[in-house]
Design a protein around this ligand. Sequence first.
Ligand SMILES: Cc1cc2nc3c(=O)[nH]c(=O)nc-3n(C[C@H](O)[C@H](O)[C@H](O)COP(=O)(O)OP(=O)(O)OC[C@H]3O[C@@H](n4cnc5c(N)ncnc54)[C@H](O)[C@@H]3O)c2cc1C
Length: 335
Amino acid sequence: MAIADVTVFGAGIIGLSVAWACARRGARVLVIDPDGPGAGASGGVVGALSPHVPEGWDELKAFQFEALCMAPDWWAGVGAAGGGNPGFARTGRLQPLADAAAVERARARSIGARTLWQGAYRWEVVEVAGQPFAPVSATGLAVLDTLSARLSPAGALAALTAALTARGGRIVAEGRPQGRLIHATGHRGLTADGLGGGVKGQAAVLGHDAGPVAQVHADGVLIVPHADGTVAVGSTSERAWQHEKATDALLDAVIDRARHIVPALAGAPVLRRWAGIRPRAVTGRPLLGPHPARPGEYVANGAFRIGFGLAPLIGETMAALVLEGENRIPPSFGP
Ligand SMILES: Cc1cc2nc3c(=O)[nH]c(=O)nc-3n(C[C@H](O)[C@H](O)[C@H](O)COP(=O)(O)OP(=O)(O)OC[C@H]3O[C@@H](n4cnc5c(N)ncnc54)[C@H](O)[C@@H]3O)c2cc1C
């Protein structure tokens, strides 16, 4: 390819999703990342696509809802274009309810979910007994939401890479930027441009074949069964760190909590430990649109804890802006 219409800096889930959405529209796309796909936060293991609670609706919750709704078709399209398997499945999520107040709150939210989730998905109180992969619950009850899904982070990156390449896109370690420039450079880019920074997270993969069951969220721990006979557990949240990629006793504590929450994991071996830095903009929201520090260029960053969930809509929204001049970005996602 002699000339690119669009150059994307950063081959994480956000950069690759933007690149794919541009390529799908017929643009010639170049992705530049000195460390290759998945070198940053997107190289992780958890892969939970789960919504915020259905109340206190705002632009971020609406954007996240739209992104989660479009995910099955979008990821199927990525898989079909390049032959990869992103590992998407809408399996739902269980959150145990600790006491009567939590049960009451959950019941109130189920009414909110009916309206805010447009009747398409449920937020309902269910008995834990009899649920496959059941979490411990003091009340015997949990919230089941039917909107949550899972994705294989590695599978999604590989599928995007294959789809992009099949459309003539290129991913290189270095090259001459051409065309419109989009910066999706994660926490490093936010720090370098004075737009934010990062929050470290550690997660692990356990060997346990739970089947296609709901993920579990309790006590700040996410427990996500995947199709490959593993269960991902995470994550820590660290504002300060010495080594980006190091795991330590903080992760041991998360694994212990996960085994306590889901007793079926008691004997599951730890297959992998992983750490990375989530990109967090100063606004605490995604940062999308014209780049505030680089006139004439664009930014797609700050997806923080939910980049895999937001990626399809960030990709499509950025491609529409950059290639068609159509701005559908929520105003609060600006600098
Ligand atoms: C422990 C943990 C668990 C998580 N769990 C989930 C989850 O369950 N669900 C979910 O949706 N999200 C989750 N996240 C968040 C998710 O990983 C991030 O939101 C997402 O990966 C951010 O993607 P990104 O592409 O913006 O950044 P990154 O993946 O960090 O990608 C940035 C890329 O830019 C490259 N780069 C940097 N500087 C330059 C430059 N100057 N030029 C070119 N390239 C450059 C880097 O090499 C890197 O590859 C988790 C994060 C962590 C740490």
